[in-house]
Design a binder for this molecule. Structure first.
Ligand SMILES: [Zn+2]
Length: 170
């Protein structure tokens, strides 16, 4: 199931989106800010460019770095001034991660968040399925809700006994 939210797909300016897609998450360097769904809109202005972003969650400590990196990327390509806009609504959810992005996360050793259907299992009292990124076992347990960064929780695989990060932003 592919559920990627793409705003203004038809109006996407390939040059602008390619620049944004070159900026990676400072904490998860395999994902670009476009993969993450953080970049919402890119608009060419009379002069420069307007960049609209939605934080992964309010107060995410990496957001300032992401915004600064994006601004710099456009400036380096000659876009000036770069106007940064932040839109909080609709709020970012992990559903905005593309399947491709989830696959990249998994290869990087971070368990991607389950899709909404899997989350509904939690509402029905079933445990959340978090797959070990190394051996794909579902026999996993949470060690700590706070991993190496605020966006990750620390989990452990009971089969291969390896700890791994779980991308937990909702
Ligand atoms: Zn494992």
């Amino acid at each position: 199931m592919t559920k990627t939210i793409q705003l203004n797909t038809t109006e996407r300016d390939p040059e602008l989106w390619a620049i944004a897609d070159s900026v990676v998450d400072p904490e998860i360097p395999v994902l670009t800010l476009v993969d993450l769904g953080v970049v919402r809109e890119l608009k060419r202005m009379d002069k420069g460019v307007e960049v609209t972003i939605t934080p992964t969650y309010t107060g995410c400590p990496a957001m300032d770095a992401m915004a600064a990196d994006l601004k710099r990327a456009f400036e380096q390509k000659g876009f000036e001034p770069v106007t940064m806009k932040t839109v909080l609504s609709p709020a970012w959810t992990t559903d905005w991660l593309s399947d491709y992005a989830k696959e990249k996360l998994n290869k990087y050793g971070i368990a991607p968040p389950p899709n909404s259907t899997a989350d509904k299992n939690a509402l029905l009292g079933k445990p959340k399925e978090v797959k070990c990124p190394r051996c794909a076992s579902n026999y996993t347990s949470m060690i700590s809700n706070f991993g190496s960064t605020a966006c990750k929780a620390l989990w452990k695989c009971e089969d291969c006994k390896e700890p791994f990060d779980y991308f937990k932003c909702i």
